[in-house]
Design a protein around this ligand. Structure first.
Ligand code: SF4
Ligand code: SF4
Length: 107
């Protein structure tokens, strides 16, 4: 199921608390994100946050941990992947069993 690009979901997104979302990326993206927050998120192609609804990050490039599994959006949409900032559609959860089709991108 596609994650809806809503402000309600964005509020619940844990990415801003995540160690992978570095302070440098937060400072760099704050002004652009703030402007986009004033618009209808549904019409926005890229946003530096809620990466399960948008594409991967243009800034985060190192895995320092992922909070997706603790996120209400993750539960609401029954997501099974993680690190949506590193790869559009997410990467396999470390908890997944082997043999899962890595090419099957889930949103
Ligand atoms: S997708 Fe996961 S790893 Fe990336 S910033 Fe969000 S919580 Fe952190
Ligand atoms: S599942 Fe991850 S990327 Fe999606 S809203 Fe939650 S913390 Fe953000």
């Amino acid at each position: 199921m596609l994650v809806a690009k809503t402000k309600e979901n964005l509020k619940e997104c844990q990415c801003r608390h995540c160690p992978s979302y570095t302070l440098g990326c937060k400072i760099k993206n704050y002004p652009v994100n703030a402007i986009k927050m004033l618009e209808d998120l549904d019409n926005i192609e890229h946003f530096e946050g809620m990466f399960c609804a948008f594409e991967k990050s243009h800034c985060i490039d190192e895995d320092r941990g992922c909070l997706c599994e603790t996120c209400p959006v993750y539960a609401k949409y029954d997501l099974t992947r993680e690190e949506y900032c590193m790869k559009t559609g997410g990467t396999l959860s470390h908890k997944c069993v082997s043999g899962f089709d890595e090419t099957a991108v889930q949103h």
